[in-house]
Design a protein around this ligand. Sequence first.
Ligand code: FAD
Length: 385
Amino acid sequence: MEKMRYDVVVVGGRVGGSTASLFASKNGLDVLMVEKNQEIGTPVQCAEATSSSTFKTLEMKPSPKYVCTEIKGADVYSPDGNHGHLEGGYAEGFILERKVFDKQLAIESAKAGTDIMVKTTVKNPIHKNGKISGVVAEHMGHAIEIEADLVIAADGIESQVAKMAGLNTHQTPKSLCSCAQYEMVGVECDPNYLQFYFGEKIAPGGYVWIFPKGDNIANVGVGVRSDTGTAYSFLKKFTANLNATPVELNMGGVPVYGPVDKTYADGLMVVGDAAGQVEPFTGGGIHVTAHCARIAGEVAAEAIEKGNTSGNFLKKYEKLWKKEVGQDLKQSLKYRKIMDRLSDEEMNILAKFLKEQDLESISKMSVLGFVRDYPQFLKLLKEIL
Ligand SMILES: Cc1cc2nc3c(=O)[nH]c(=O)nc-3n(C[C@H](O)[C@H](O)[C@H](O)COP(=O)(O)OP(=O)(O)OC[C@H]3O[C@@H](n4cnc5c(N)ncnc54)[C@H](O)[C@@H]3O)c2cc1C
C-alpha cells in the first residue's frame, strides 16, 4: 500500500475543508486535503446565500468572480399569502456561485501550501495507541495510507469519519431538513431580494426559497423536515406554475437541530455540517462552517507546535467555537423549535401581528407560552418578516 505522511489530513474539500486547511497551512503546517469528488465545488448542494461575515472570516473579498448578486433584503410570505418586506439587517448578504467560490477557496488553500487530492475517498481513520493517527483512502482503485498527527473531518452531512472515530454524529429524520432545488432560468424576480414562502402545504417544517442570481436566473428550492415527505415532490409542485425552466437540480440534507454533542477526540476535530454547525432556524451553514473551520485550522497549528494532539488539548477547539458562535446557534435552535410547532393559522396570526402589532390576535397563539425570552423572539421575527 502507498504511504504518505502529513501533519494534518483534512477530509472533504468544500467550505469546511478548504477553510480548515487554509488556516492550518497559513500557520506553517504540512497539510493534505482529500476530496472524493473529481472536482472541488461540484455537485452544488446549496442555495448559495451567505453574509458578509463569511468573507471577513476567510479574509477574502466578495469578488464578482464568485458573487452573483448582492442582497439588500427579503420578501416573506405567510401561508395565507400575506407578505412582509424586510430591508437590510439579517437579510443582507450575497448569492454566491458556489462552484467557483468553493474552488477559489481550495485554490487559496493550495497557494498557502495545502496539497490536495481529488477523486480520493477516505475509507476509514487509522487508530494507533488509542488515538486517530491518519486515514486510509482510495484513489482510482489504489489504497493509500496517510499518516498524520491530526485528522480534521469536514466531510459534510454524510460524514463517516467522525462516526468511525467513535463520536456520536448521528442525525435523525427530525433533526434533518431535506432539500431539493432547481437553478432555473426565466424566474421573474428582483435580483437584490430573497423570497421566502411558508406553509404546511408547500413546505412542512421548512420553507420555499427563491434566491436570485441575476438575469432572471434563480435558485428555487424547498426544505422540508425529513419526516414529512420528499422535498423533490414539493419542489415539482411549487415550480409547476413558474413558467421557468431548470438547468440544474441539486438535493441534500441540512442538520437543523444544533451541533453534535462532541466535536473532538484524540487526534481528531470535526467541522461544518459533519459537526452540525448550521444555523437551525435558517439552515445557513456557510458562515458558521467557515468560522468554526478557521478555529480548527488555528488550533491544529497550536497542537502540532506543542506536540499535543490529545483530545484534552483539542477540546480548546470546541471551547472556542462554542464561545464565539455557540450562543447564536442555541438561540436559532429555539426559534426553529417554535416555528416547528406553529400551525399555518398561527403563522398567519403571527405575521399579521408583526405587520400590524395586533396584540389581541397574538394572545390566541398556543405555543408561545413556552418561550421565556418572548420579547427577543418577537424582535427577531419582526426583523425576519
Ligand atoms: C439544498 C441546500 C441548500 C443550502 N443552502 C444554503 C445557503 O443558502 N446558505 C448557507 O449558508 N448554507 C446553505 N446550506 C448549507 C451549506 O451548504 C452547508 O452548511 C455547507 O456547505 C457545509 O460545508 P461543509 O464543508 O461542512 O460540508 P459539505 O459542503 O457537505 O462538503 C463536504 C465535502 O466532503 C466530501 N466528502 C464526504 N465524504 C468524504 C470522504 N469519505 N472522503 C473524501 N471526501 C469526502 C464531499 O464530497 C464534500 O465535497 C444548504 C444546504 C443544502 C443541502
